[in-house]
Structure formats: C-alpha cells, structure tokens
Design a binder for this molecule. Structure first.
Ligand SMILES: [Zn+2]
Length: 259
C-alpha cells in the first residue's frame, strides 16, 4: 500500500479520466490520496468529489499563489468548512515568492490567519513554501503553531529540514528527486531519518524526469518511491511502509469514520 500525500485530483484536467485513474491506482497499490484545496471557489467541488471517492482525504485552505480573488472573510468560512466537513488538515497554505505572486504582506496576512484557524481546531497544516522558508518559520513562531504537518515539495537544505522536523513537520518528497541533476535534493534525502518524510506527486504538476510536458498522476508516486529507495539504499517496501507510518503519525484521523 502506498499513499500520495499531495495531489490535486479535483482539478478539471482529471474530469474525463478520474474514475479510470482511481481504478488504475487501486490496481497498482496506490490506495490513499491527500487532496488539498487551493481556492475558495473550488471547495464545493472538492466537497462533492470526496463523497464519490472514499479513499481521498481532504484539506481546505487558501493557496498563496491564488490569492488574487481571495478575501479575508473566506478565512472565517474556512473554520466552518473544516469543522463541518471531514478534513485531515488545513491547506494548502503558505508563502510563495515566485514572480507573479501577490504582495507578500497580503500573503502573510492570509497565512498567519489560516495558521490560527488550524491552531484553534488542533489540525495539522499542508505548507506550500517557495523561496520562503525563513518567513514561514517566522509566521509559525509568531502564531505559536506547534501541531506540525507536511512541508509540501520540500527542496531546502538539511538545516532547514531539521528545523521543520523539530517543529513537528515531515517533508513531502516528490518528482524532483527523479531528476539526475537534483544533487542537493538527493543529498538531503539520503541524510534524513526514516521518520522524516512522506511521498507525493503534486499531480497534475511536477512531472517526473522523462515525462516533462505530460499530466502527472498519483501513479507516479510508485516511481518516486523507487527513486527514494535507490537514493537511500533501502528497499521500496521499507520506503512505502515507513512513509505510510509517517503519514498516519501526522494524521492520526486518517482512517477514522471509514466504517
Ligand atoms: Zn499543491
């Protein structure tokens, strides 16, 4: 059994193939999916899709890259949404310093308030952090947020990894490690403890090496696991068992309400 800890299966690019994809995943042993929301306008679609796919787990949040149409009153609705829907986390939330992102003061206002929602509900968070680790640490500290979660698509240094781990987070490891030139990512992954990371695809984005330009799917989490096993000189079975255990440690509610 293997879980994709970060995939956007609600995106419309999957509309024509979602049912078949879920069957293919099941046949390949990819049996769990964490689907974090991005924008307020997509929450209700995600809400109905998760009723159709009981193997999905969801998080609601306002993604930093898509804040152009966001308003602060949506954060009040976020608290209500997380209380009334079955969620495992708040997310994805964070800070994105990529060109084209909205003003950093606005991003920080949304991020900090969403951290407080997660703190009030005692939920972990799914962090989106692009070129922004130091600011993320600052916001986590100021919010007094200690519940941890996942640092999605972690690509920082070993020291930054350690800092997140000390704050109760695990690191999301995805398609980046399949690229031969990603030497730093390989080095960091090979030095981490077994308890430090989970596997993800970020589907439909972040295609694996050799599949650039194609729609990524959760099936590629198998290849991410194989690469992680090679890089760490462990078996694929060890990687999948340990990363599942790590996920369940962060999200002890993962299998609640399934019966
Ligand atoms: Zn994402």
């Amino acid at each position: 059994m293997i879980i994709d800890s970060h995939c956007h299966l609600d995106f419309s690019v999957f509309d024509d193939q979602r049912d078949q994809l879920m069957i293919d995943c099941c046949n390949s042993g990819v049996s769990g999916f964490l689907v974090p929301a991005t924008q307020y306008s997509t929450w209700s679609n995600l809400e109905s899709l998760v009723k159709r796919y009981p193997q999905w787990r969801v998080a609601y949040g306002l993604h930093p890259y898509f804040l152009k149409d966001a308003s602060l009153d949506q954060i009040e609705r976020l608290g209500h949404q997380c209380e009334t829907e079955r969620v495992v986390a708040v997310g994805e939330i964070g800070l994105d310093l990529w060109p084209g992102s909205v003003d950093m003061a606005i991003q920080m206002a949304f991020f900090s308030r969403q951290l407080l929602v997660a703190k009030a509900l005692d939920l972990p968070v799914i962090l989106h952090a692009r070129k922004s680790y130091d600011l993320i640490f600052k916001c986590l500290r100021e919010a007094g947020f200690k519940r941890g979660g996942i640092v999605h698509a972690f690509n920082g240094s070993f020291e930054q990894a350690k800092r997140f781990l000390d704050m109760g987070f695990v690191l999301g490891i995805g398609g980046t490690i399949t690229y031969p030139r990603a030497k730093k990512a390989h080095r960091v992954l090979s030095s981490l403890e077994n308890s430090a990371f989970v596997l993800e695809t970020d589907s439909p984005d972040m295609p694996l090496h050799g599949s650039q330009g194609q729609v990524n799917t959760p099936l590629s989490v198998l290849s991410v696991a194989q690469h992680a096993a090679m890089i760490r000189d462990e078996s694929v079975e060890q990687i999948t068992a340990q990363t599942c255990a790590n996920l369940l440690r962060i999200f002890p509610m993962w299998y609640e309400d399934l019966h």
